[in-house]
Design a protein around this ligand. Structure first.
Ligand code: FAD
Length: 389
């Protein structure tokens, strides 16, 4: 996204991607109203929504036997009053296709950054490994947007704080039938949390498990695991056999951390490389995109003039630290007060009083919709497109 925005402004950029494609399964794929609003601001929304996607307008939950609506997006101050579910590779391929209309936009696949080039006290580019061998790529500015296991962040030695998470997540897909119902749903009961995301012909299912419990669950065997799903969500009983192998079930080791310093001369980290988010709220993609937009707004003018200063780079962190901290604070509160308690509970659960408020006062559902769908300090496209002659 940052590459796209800078190239659109007439700046020469190169995106390095270590894989041969963007095909990664189980990445959540939630495109929130704040990101859709950016697509609108870029004039790309109609084209974007032509891609296959599902639209989630309400988030619903079931605690014990009681159901409730947690979030209602219909009042959001955005053009799209829904979360779009779209495979992350479709989204990234879309950005790349759009980016190709700008002469300064370059993407190199199968190019893995392995180290930083440091010269005269600043980062001057990266060393990459490609199928043709190793080489150096020099740049006025290097962006570490290489995710939660960032090599760039590790080589830069940027300081971080680990905020911890009590859970991991097992992701899998199960077929969806027309009689199943439409909504994305969270099922919560003693010791159990299962989230079902409607992906049209299948359910993307996330089972939340206590941190580090994956090996024990695997040892208990697939039949026991299938039974756990079927007992949580009885309508899935007729298809849990689709889980034939543990290879069909991916483990997301949940991490919540953030850098306390996002930049060094010549280098800036954004997205998961600067702050790995908890999956709560499915906000990771959107926060990463908001970082990209803030970075483009702040650094675009500096790059058009020459080389961004340390102050310019710090300005991106200053702008984005508040939404990062506030979102992580909320996620930690939910992790520690709701998820930990549910996972360790042995008695049947009933709907807590504050969730009853969501049922009784529809207005209250707008608050989580706003926090999830738009978030703190939403960014807007400020860097103008270069006028192409
Ligand atoms: C299983 C799972 C489920 C998730 N569910 C959701 C969800 O529902 N909603 C949500 O919003 N977020 C979700 N997330 C988080 C979300 O995927 C991330 O927050 C988001 O993708 C961060 O974007 P990013 O660009 O910073 O990093 P990434 O999306 O991780 O992108 C980093 C890219 O850099 C590439 N790369 C890595 N190292 C190198 C290197 N050395 N050289 C070159 N390229 C490299 C990677 O291949 C990757 O394409 C989920 C994450 C996981 C793992």
């Amino acid at each position: 996204m940052l590459g796209f925005l800078l190239a659109r402004a007439g700046i020469e950029i190169l995106v390095l991607e270590k894989h041969a494609d963007f095909l990664r399964d189980f990445r959540g794929d939630t495109i929130h109203p704040s990101t859709l609003e950016l697509m609108y601001e870029l004039g790309l929304l109609d084209e974007f929504l032509k891609r296959p996607h599902q639209e989630v307008r309400e988030l619903r939950g079931q605690v014990g036997r009681e159901t409730f609506t947690l979030a209602d997006c219909s009042h959001l101050p955005t053009h799209c009053k829904f979360i779009a579910l779209m495979p992350q590779w479709d989204f990234l391929n879309f950005l790349v296709e759009q980016g190709r209309s700008y002469p300064g936009f370059h993407v190199e696949m199968q190019a893995e950054a392995t180290d930083l080039i440091k010269e005269d006290g600043r980062v001057a580019g990266v060393r990459v490994t490609t199928p043709q061998g190793q080489r150096e790529i020099r740049a006025t500015l290097t962006i570490g947007a290489d995710g939660r296991h960032s090599v760039i962040r590790a080589h830069a030695g940027l300081p971080s704080v680990n905020l911890g998470a009590p859970m991991d997540v097992l992701w899998m897909r199960l077929s969806r039938r027309p009689c199943d119902g439409e909504q994305t749903f969270g099922y919560v009961d003693r010791g159990k949390i299962l989230v079902l995301i409607n992906r049209d012909d299948y359910w993307q299912a996330a089972m939340v498990i206590p941190k580090g419990a994956a090996d024990e669950i695997r040892q208990r065997g697939l039949p026991a695991f299938r039974e756990e799903i079927a007992s949580r969500v009885p309508f899935l009983r007729d298809r849990v056999e689709e889980l034939r192998d543990w290879k069909n079930i991916s483990l997301l080791t949940v991490a919540v951390d953030r850098l306390t310093q996002w930049s060094q001369p010549g280098l800036l980290c954004i997205g998961d490389a600067a702050h790995a988010m908890s999956p709560i709220g499915g906000v990771g993609i959107n926060l990463a995109i908001q970082d990209a937009v803030a970075a483009a707004n702040i650094l675009g003018p500096a790059l058009l003039r020459g080389t961004p200063t340390e102050q310019d780079l710090r300005a991106v962190q200053n702008r984005r630290m508040f939404p990062t901290r506030a979102t992580q604070r909320l996620q930690l509160t939910i992790q520690n007060n709701v998820i930990s308690r549910v996972l360790s509970s042995t008695k049947p659960l009933t709907l807590p009083w504050f969730f009853k408020l969501f049922q009784r006062i529809p207005y209250v559902r707008r608050i989580p919709a706003r926090l999830i769908g738009v978030g703190f300090r939403p960014e807007h496209i400020r860097l103008p497109a270069q006028t192409l002659r």
